[in-house]
Design a protein around this ligand. Sequence first.
Ligand code: G
Ligand code: MN
Length: 235
Amino acid sequence: MYYQPKINGFTNSVVGVEALLRWKTADGDIIMPNDFIPIAESSQLIIPLGEFVLKQACVQAYEWQKTIPDLHMAVNISPVQFTLQLVETVTAALEESGLKAQYLELEITESLLINDEDSINIIHELKALGVKLCMDDFGKGYSSLSYIRKFPLDVIKIDQIFVRNMLGDDVDKGIIQTIILLADNLGLELVAEGVETQEHVNTLLAMNCKIFQGYHYSRPLPAEEITQYLLASLR
Ligand code: G
Ligand code: MN
């Protein structure tokens, strides 16, 4: 498992990390999630894999909170994992690790079927545990505003594509400004992904968006390297 920090661009402090899976083959090659998650999803292997990730991430977050007490841990959840079993898995992951629910953030994507009553019930049960819910890759898919109405969201994450293009494209910049306003008006936290340069940071800060994730701060790294990163961030 790899982790990528989320940084408050005003204070330069680390506010959280996102757990990201990497698959290391016997030859030492690293395979990215896009190349194996769909297979895991179609074979139901995503269920034990997702359970492993949640449990590991909670244990790791609890450990890192000894360095940064308010550190959040974000975990990506596949739509296939959205069964009642997920509520049990999250409950167990929190209990076994000792991590408080408020520090766990579940990142879900728009591909989760909104009109599916079961998913909505599960979302409310997760919410009742006290965990935070984050809409990942916002703006990429349908970005239906009814998602925002029906899901009790806490955080939205602007898709990387807008940040990547915003400096050369007024439409992308306008979309970001609009998402920022949307988040402000609804009292949602906002994270900008794919922040790669100081210019990205400056432009987003000027638009009043301040939580950043991207190569400008750090690539996703193995746990030991993130430990060093967290320690260095306190100096
Ligand atoms: O869908 P999700 O937001 O969870 O995907 C995060 C992915 O984006 C990770 O696999 C990570 O490696 C990649 N990523 C993170 N930050 C950056 C960045 O600044 N630039 C680019 N190109 N990719 C990034
Ligand atoms: Mn994510």
